[in-house]
Design a protein around this ligand. Structure first.
Ligand code: FAD
Ligand code: EPU
Length: 338
């Protein structure tokens, strides 16, 4: 286990914002996860993967546990599926690449999402019609206060839109070590998003492969999402709000072009990017931060922004959307304040 004090976290996050942590532990196995959590039982700690969904607003006083548990292996298969076990510290895009190489389907729509596998079930990562819950068989985690190793099956993860048990009652007292994913041998391509079909229109539909879908998703993402290696960001800063359809219908009377997608009998999801754009934030730089010019939902660090500055900008966006539409945006990014 690598142990250090006063480690700079900017290189470990996609926002690239300067912040140090008091202590740093790098773990590479389940045993090390267990021993790290045993040591830290009564002290503040936070597990970090690829740092692509966090914003540090100041130096962190506790211990950062950097999860580097590696390994991807086939553990069983049947006629239709192959089950793979993935170490939480595997880079997610490497997991997708492994699946594509082995001609295993189910996660091609989740291509190019940054971060590590271990974080994927926490906010139930999703893109282009697929969420990790659609392929997730189980999650293994070390849990406090008992320092027990627990396997969560699909139902006990309690997945929702950008939500799971790990963001709710287990928050702050677990370290995910492994996932098991159930991947297909007989593929069912999910090309429901119009943009995917458009990107595939040079290939006859009967020839489409999971690799083609992955390439289409990658090209769509590259066309609007900023590359964190060039422009610091953490993807969508806010969740898309889900509001009562009654409220949506009222808004539609006032704002006739407001987009919305029914998600249940009486709830509608509204794209936060649209709300933010309507408030005039899209492409507007404020100090060293602002909402991206091609995707207003992404808050960026133009270089040298502080975590506090980004948090303040997010508050200003929340306030103006609330004032104009009476909708309160909720951050998707984990804001770490101590
Ligand atoms: P981190 O940022 O390191 O951590 C996120 C949270 O999970 C923190 O609270 C952390 O404490 C916790 N955590 C991480 N690993 C563990 C572990 N092993 N055990 C316990 N807790 C842990 N997300 C989507 O859903 N869809 C997208 O399309 C998408 N696109 C993105 C595009 C860009 C350009 C960027 C920068 C981000 C995007 N994201 C997207 C958000 C992000 O990539 C995902 O949330 C990703 O799963 C975060 O992984 P990470 O390893 O970087 O997590
Ligand atoms: N829109 C605007 N202006 C903008 C951006 C978006 O009007 O600047 C409107 C448009 O109507 C557009 C709609 O929002 O059609 C949807 O935009 P987009 O397809 O870009 O997706 P999104 O809803 O903004 C969500 C996820 C992304 C995921 C994409 C693709 C959330 C919070 N975000 O974004 O996930 O990649 O769909 O499925 O659900 C992330 O979580 O970090 C992330 C990037």
């Amino acid at each position: 286990m690598v142990e250090q004090n006063q480690v700079e976290l900017a290189p470990f996050t996609t926002f690239g914002i300067p912040a140090t942590c008091a202590h740093y532990l790098e773990i590479a196995s389940e045993e090390e996860a267990l021993s790290a959590l045993s040591k830290l039982e009564n002290e503040p700690f936070m597990v970090l993967g690829g740092g692509s969904n966090v914003l540090f607003t100041s130096n962190y006083n506790g211990t950062i546990i950097h999860n580097r548990i590696k390994g991807i292996s086939r553990i069983r298969e049947d006629e239709d599926y192959v089950y793979i076990r993935v170490g939480a510290g595997e880079v997610w895009t490497d997991v997708v690449e492994y699946a594509l190489d082995q001609n295993l389907g189910g996660i091609e729509n989740l291509s190019l999402i940054p971060g590590c596998a271990g974080a994927a079930p926490i906010q139930n990562i999703g893109a282009y019609g697929i969420e990790i819950k659609d392929v997730l068989e189980s999650v293994t985690a070390v849990l406090l206060p008992n320092k027990s190793i627990r396997v969560f099956d699909h139902a006990s993860c309690r997945f929702g839109y950008r939500d799971s048990i790990f963001k709710q009652e287990l928050k702050g007292r677990f370290c995910i070590t492994y996932l098991v994913l159930r991947l297909t041998k007989k593929h069912q391509l999910n090309t429901g998003y119009g943009a995917i079909r458009e990107a595939l229109n040079t290939i006859p539909e009967s020839n489409w492969t999971i690799r083609d879908v992955s390439n289409a998703v990658i090209s769509i993402r590259r066309s609007k999402l900023p590359d964190p290696a060039k422009l610091g960001n953490a993807g969508s800063f806010f969740k898309n709000p889900v509001i009562p359809t009654r409220q949506f219908n009222q808004l539609q009377e006032q704002f006739s072009t407001i987009p919305g997608y029914p998600v249940s009998e009486n709830e509608t999801k509204v794209p936060a990017g649209w709300l933010i754009e309507q408030c005039g934030w899209k492409g507007k730089q404020v100090g060293q931060t602002g909402c991206h010019a091609l995707q207003a939902l992404v808050i960026v660090n133009y270089g040298g922004a502080s975590g506090h500055e980004i948090q303040q900008h997010a508050m200003n966006v929340i306030n103006s959307v609330k004032e104009r539409f009476n909708i309160e945006l909720q951050p998707e990014v984990n804001i770490i304040e101590k």
